[in-house]
Design a protein around this ligand. Structure first.
Ligand SMILES: [Zn+2]
Length: 369
């Protein structure tokens, strides 16, 4: 049985440990000791140094009794701000932040559910799969920690990432990939009144380029957006520099590439037209994933929810998570809701019932094939 009191106590204890992005050390050390108590082995990579933080991603191995390849469970250790000195308050079955900070249920709900599920299965001697638990840092900073993941440390081919809002029973099967673009446009400065014809406006070039782009919801699976335009100065000077940031997302990897190429071509053509020069910086932040409904990682989740009487919702999302990075490394995973709500705000909360159901769900997932 899931020990509800122990679970809530663990959650409230962990809330008191500050763990903002890049400062996860105290949380990591504490969680590491809990994992060692569960018989795990824990290793840490060098992501902390790479991202200017004080802690790397943790990889825990918890050997199980069921044969076969291990199962990966993943959560992140960091929180958004304001997070310093947070305290949990329990009232009418709901856990909330006692002060003006976030609560940190994102992602402590997932973490505590995993720890209690393993502890509960092991103390009842219920055979479970071997587990790998991945605890990432700086997830809230555009998945910074998992970008420095060392995939050779992971043997699992299937994963559950416990990191989305809503009552347990929801799973994200599909999420877009993301490409970020920065256009730097170099024109030619000139007096805007006396010698306008000798100038090349970087701003006009940017405007022509942007006007030619397909933006917004481009098709059923893709979106594109301009984030920021900056450049220029006085009105009597033809602007010689303009910087434009953009992004595109698509559920389809080929469409994502095509869309990024389209945005690039639009700006290059505008520059050709005006005589400006464009330098384009591009970064593929993460890759899309799509897991079929009949994949074992989904069917196992659905049957566990059925056993617990949790209504199942299988959805697509427009945002990225550590699961996109796992997909990049050939691991088939889905993202599960773990009861948290109103995340990234001081109103963040979780009900004890949802937290307990999440632990029950994880227990079924790790004890079945
Ligand atoms: Zn999260």
């Amino acid at each position: 049985m899931i020990n509800e009191q122990r679970l809530v106590q663990l959650f409230c204890d962990l809330v008191t440990i500050d763990s903002p992005s890049r400062s996860e050390r105290d949380m990591a050390d504490h969680v590491k000791s809990l994992l060692l108590d569960l018989g795990g082995q824990v290793e840490e990579d060098t992501a902390g140094q790479a991202i200017g933080g004080n802690c790397g991603n943790l990889y825990a191995q918890l050997p199980g009794q069921l044969p076969g390849e291990p199962l990966l469970l993943s959560v992140h250790l960091d929180t958004v701000e304001p997070s310093r000195g947070k305290q949990a308050m329990v009232c009418d079955g709901i856990i909330r932040s006692a002060g003006g900070t976030i609560l940190g249920a994102d992602d402590l709900a997932g973490l505590t559910a995993i720890l209690e599920a393993v502890r509960s299965a092991d103390e009842q001697a219920i055979p479970r799969r071997s587990l790998e638990i991945l605890l990432t840092v700086a997830e809230e900073q555009h998945l910074l920690g998992s970008h420095h993941l060392e995939p050779w440390r992971l043997k699992s081919r299937e994963a559950y990432v416990l990191d989305t809002s809503g009552a347990p029973g929801l799973a994200v099967l599909q999420a877009p990939g993301h490409i970020g673009l920065v256009f730097e446009i170099y024109g030619q400065a000139a007096h805007a009144g006396i010698a306008a014809e000798t100038g090349i406006s970087a701003i006009r070039t940017a405007a022509l380029g942007i006007a030619a782009m397909r933006l917004g919801r481009v098709d059923d699976v893709s979106t594109a957006n301009i984030g920021r335009i900056e450049g220029g100065g006085e009105t009597n000077v033809v602007a010689d520099y303009c910087r434009v940031t953009a992004e595109c997302r698509s559920l389809d990897l080929a469409s994502l590439r095509t869309l990024a190429d389209e945005l690039r071509a639009a700006m290059n053509q505008a520059a050709e037209q005006t005589g400006a020069r464009v330098v384009i910086h591009e970064k593929q932040s993460y890759q899309p994933y799509q897991v079929e409904r009949d994949h074992p990682v989904v069917s196992r989740f659905v049957s566990a929810c059925d056993q617990l009487g949790l209504p199942v919702r299988l959805v697509a999302t427009g945002g990225g998570s550590d699961n996109n990075v796992l997909a990049l490394h050939g691991i088939t995973g889905i993202v599960l809701s773990c009861g948290m709500s109103k995340v990234h705000s001081s109103q963040e909360e979780i009900s004890i019932r949802d937290l307990t159901d999440t632990a029950r769900l994880v227990k079924l997932l790790i004890c079945s094939w």
